[in-house]
Design a protein around this ligand. Structure first.
Ligand SMILES: Nc1ncnc2c1ncn2[C@@H]1O[C@H](COP(=O)(O)OP(=O)(O)OP(=O)(O)O)[C@@H](O)[C@H]1O
Ligand SMILES: O=P(O)(O)OC[C@H]1O[C@H](OP(=O)(O)OP(=O)(O)O)[C@H](O)[C@@H]1O
Length: 205
């Protein structure tokens, strides 16, 4: 039984494809806008980062690679096989540099792409917060009064800095995870363990 593997486009795509390159000593590239690549006995799917978990959770793919932030946000019901240690970043509360007035609000206005993570964080702290869902350029929101703070991904911190913002509170750390569908892990256990061992070997783990 061959494995179907959902790989993310975008930021972590290159590093993930490099792992497979090292394992099989072959080039893995999706060419000519093709979304399916059959190679080395596997089927690779070219999927957006935010959609990888849906493919794996619904067994359209057996395994996949996705950022931990996305798994947390979507509360995906999948097996986490391994922390790949790439795509490292934090999910943080950020706001205008030197301005702590958000702490005195009766209800904090938060802008975020990671709506559930943001809601859960403030609710756990017992702080009333309303979350406005945005899809990008999150840092803009507090600059124009759309929100008091943002909950967003911070990697180097340069987007915050360039916009006069600062990290206020770190909510969680994130990195890319190798995930598996729960049924596939029963039905195709040997194949999944085999690929997991190969990935671990590449990392020297
Ligand atoms: N600076 C960063 N900005 C965003 N994501 C980062 C950053 N550094 C690491 N990551 C990680 O990389 C993952 C992929 O980010 P990428 O920007 O490629 O996709 P996306 O825009 O979130 O998703 P999609 O393409 O589905 O819209 C994130 O979920 C996160 O785990
Ligand atoms: O700490 P840094 O290294 O500056 O990285 C963090 C920035 O990168 C991401 O945005 P992205 O580039 O994905 O664009 P977006 O605003 O469209 O989400 C994220 O949402 C931050 O804005």
């Amino acid at each position: 039984m061959s494995l179907t593997i959902a790989l993310p486009k975008g930021r972590i795509a290159e590093e993930v494809l490099n792992i497979f390159k090292k394992i099989f000593n072959e080039d893995f590239e999706f060419e000519n806008r093709k979304l399916i690549l059959r190679k080395a006995g596997f089927t690779f799917l070219n999927v957006r980062n935010w959609d990888v978990a849906a493919y794996v959770e619904n067994q359209a793919a057996d395994i996949g690679v996705v950022g931990f932030d996305v798994l947390e946000e979507l509360e995906s019901d999948v097996l986490e096989l391994m922390d790949l240690g790439l795509g490292k970043c934090r999910v943080s509360v950020a706001g205008i540099k030197g301005d702590e007035s958000y702490k005195d609000k009766t209800e904090i206005k938060v802008a975020s792409k990671l709506q559930n993570i943001a809601k859960k964080y403030f609710s756990k702290k017992g702080i009333p917060a309303s979350v406005i869902k945005l899809n990008g350029s999150i840092e803009l929101a507090p600059l124009v009064g759309l929100s008091d703070v943002i909950v967003d991904i911070v990697e180097t911190g340069s987007t915050l800095k360039e916009n006069g913002l600062e990290e206020k509170e770190v909510i969680m750390s994130s990195s890319a995870r190798l995930i598996a569908n729960k049924n596939s892990f029963i039905e195709k256990k040997e194949e999944i363990i085999d690929i997991l061992e190969k990935v671990k070997a590449v990392y020297g783990a």
